[in-house]
Design a binder for this molecule. Structure first.
Ligand code: GCU
Length: 592
């Protein structure tokens, strides 16, 4: 039996396609953040020739005229610069609404070392990135919210390297997300860029977590990359007196399986341990928390005990300054506001947020719902769209699988019912379970009326989820706030429900009676009526109202009120708390 379990886990070790390096914080890195030269190229003339065929002589060559007669029609070094990390939309008024291609260039020197490999790592670039080094293509990446890296060991020079990235954030029907979203399509190299140095054979990836439902059995795996793949690996947790040795097989993989007496991570006590992965040729250290998360009937159990997820949704809008958030400070500000609300849980909508967000959630004791942007009307029948969604799921799970804070993977938001959609999402669910058997699966579904006062959750997708997510806007898109009072909720499933969205818009400082739209009083009234409705739902085990702060959206032009901001935040874009903030805070305090 034990051999069978171990054999089934072996398939979990990811194959080495462009192996995504994890825990970059725990490795030797050189930052490439800062000002990068940038060329705005709306017609992609740096990529295509006038026949719209890819040119061999594009901007990635960083060509310079060799003599006075040579014709070169671009020059990075005389071009404007853009800050990396950062979206381009909030760095220049010209680019505020810009959707298209921008070329980025960064020059750097690097002293090569024997027995050392080198990778270039991107935390994220929205949406499609073509990456070149010294005029040669390294590769490409699709998806604006997950990391990627390329090995450059045999391509880097000691001096005058030029790294060029073509970033295109044009929306496409077959993409993930697709054409229509309710958030700003911030483009650019939106997250950190760094060089990662490793030994010739290094610990490229590992998973060390409690087995589902257990409070003392640690299972997982370690993966080596390089030529010395058959090694002894020791997993050490000095503070817990753990030192366990395993042997990698010919592919450099070793299964990890041991029991240990560990203090469990929880919001009240977010215990993190220093965990060391010692190989003969490399060592990696990481702070990891150990907790179990599971469901039993309509309950969600953290470390075996029922828990209510007191949450709020968050978009990755940089607090106070706007634009795509990317820093540890941004994460701490947003999560501290959530803590102030009394939250022990956040839904990071609708795409993987930067890694600082989940690492700070680990440290601050906030459970996380992590989502990929399978949002609204995705092209369900398109196999490339599915492949893309699977890849984004794999990349976020690879990056965050050792974060105790992450308890739920969500595969979709408000997607219309159809057989093709169900097939698509079932595929993603089984892919996630294959990659990570320790966490819960969910999705933000919709509900319907079975009669004027009964809401029913019976989306066929619910059968394949552990936790039901449901978005409802009673009092905003659906009637007036008091409509919630008479509503009853029913579910086809004996499963826990997280009300993953509810709320309404209010402009901070805009006051009136509780029936006047856009006022703080109207929003306050929505929350008051929502809370009394939610309290009556017997299978409700969590809430994440929409949303912690106002965020930019191209779908919200109402002058003087929205001005391209979705105003459903409990906190304004300037950090001001609206009346509804205190209504929710009161309920969450009541529940503690
Ligand atoms: C939807 C959606 C959000 C959107 C919100 C709104 O439910 O999931 O992305 O911003 O409603 O309309 O404000």
């Amino acid at each position: 039996m034990k051999t069978l379990i171990l054999l089934s886990l072996l398939v979990l070790v990811p194959c080495v396609r462009g192996q995504l390096i994890t825990n970059t914080e725990g490795r030797k890195t050189i930052s490439l953040n800062g000002q990068w030269q940038a060329i705005i190229d709306p017609y992609e003339s740096g990529y295509y020739n006038y026949r719209y065929q890819p040119s061999d002589n594009g901007y990635f060559k960083n060509a310079k005229p060799k003599n006075k007669s040579e014709l070169i029609e671009y020059d990075f070094d005389k071009s404007e610069t853009l800050k990396v990390p950062g979206d381009w939309n909030t760095q220049s008024d010209q680019l505020f609404f810009y959707e298209g291609t921008v070329w980025y260039k960064k020059s750097f020197d690097y002293q090569r070392k024997p027995n050392t490999r080198l990778f270039v790592y991107f935390g994220g670039a929205n949406y499609f990135a073509d990456v070149y080094l010294n005029g040669e293509k390294l590769g490409e990446h699709e998806g604006g919210f997950t990391p990627f890296n390329f090995e450059i060991t045999n391509r880097v020079k000691d001096t005058d390297n030029f790294l060029i990235v073509k970033v295109d954030n044009k929306r496409r029907r077959d993409a993930v997300p697709t054409l229509m979203t309710d958030w700003w399509n911030y483009g650019g190299i939106t997250r950190e860029v760094k060089l990662i140095e490793t030994p010739a054979t290094f610990v490229s990836d590992y998973m060390v977590q409690l087995q589902k439902g257990s409070r003392d059995r640690v299972t997982g795996w370690v993966k080596l990359s390089g030529d010395k793949l058959n090694q002894k690996i020791t997993v050490r947790i000095p503070e817990a007196g753990v030192s366990k040795t395993f042997t990698t097989d010919a592919s450099g993989s070793a299964m990890v399986d041991f029991t240990a007496n560990l203090k469990l991570w929880s919001p009240d006590d977010p215990k993190l341990y220093d965990v060391f992965i010692d190989a003969e040729t490399d060592q990696v250290r990481e702070q990891i928390g150990f907790r179990s998360i599971e469901t039993r009937g309509t309950d969600i159990l953290l470390n075996g005990r029922p828990i209510f997820l007191r949450g709020v949704c968050i978009h990755e809008e940089a607090p106070l300054r706007g634009g795509r958030g990317y820093s540890r400070e941004d994460a701490v500000t947003l999560l501290s506001w959530a803590k102030e609300l009394g939250a022990n849980f956040v839904r990071l909508a609708h795409y993987p947020h930067n890694e600082f967000m989940v690492r700070e959630a680990d440290r601050m004791g906030i459970m996380v719902w992590s989502e990929i942007p399978v949002y609204w009307t995705i092209q369900w029948e398109n196999p490339d769209t599915l492949k893309n969604a699977r890849n984004q799921l794999q990349e976020v799970i690879t990056r965050d699988k050792n974060r105790a804070a992450v308890v739920i993977w969500s595969v979709a938001n408000e997607t219309p019912l159809s057989d093709a959609r169900l097939t698509f999402l079932k595929d993603l669910i089984s892919h996630a379970r294959h990659l990570d058997p320790t966490r819960l699966l969910s999705a933000a579904m919709e509900r319907h009326y079975t009669n004027p006062t009964t809401q029913m959750i019976d989306d066929p997708l619910g059968e394949f989820l552990d936790v039901l997510g449901c978005n409802e806007y009673v009092g905003w898109y659906d009637g007036l706030p008091e409509k919630a009072d008479g509503l009853e909720w029913k579910s086809k499933y004996q499963k826990p429900l997280v009300m993953s969205e509810f709320g309404g818009d209010a402009l901070f400082g805009h006051h009136g009676d509780s029936l006047t739209r856009w006022t703080e009083e109207y929003q306050e009234s929505i929350y008051q009526h929502q809370i009394s409705m939610l309290k009556k739902i017997p299978f409700l085990r969590g809430t994440s109202p929409w949303i912690l702060t106002d965020f930019r959206s191209p779908r919200r032009p109402l002058p003087g009120i929205q001005d391209y901001w979705n105003r459903k935040g409990l906190i304004s874009d300037r950090g001001e708390k609206k009346k509804a903030f205190y209504v929710l805070q009161g309920w969450y305090q009541e529940m503690r």
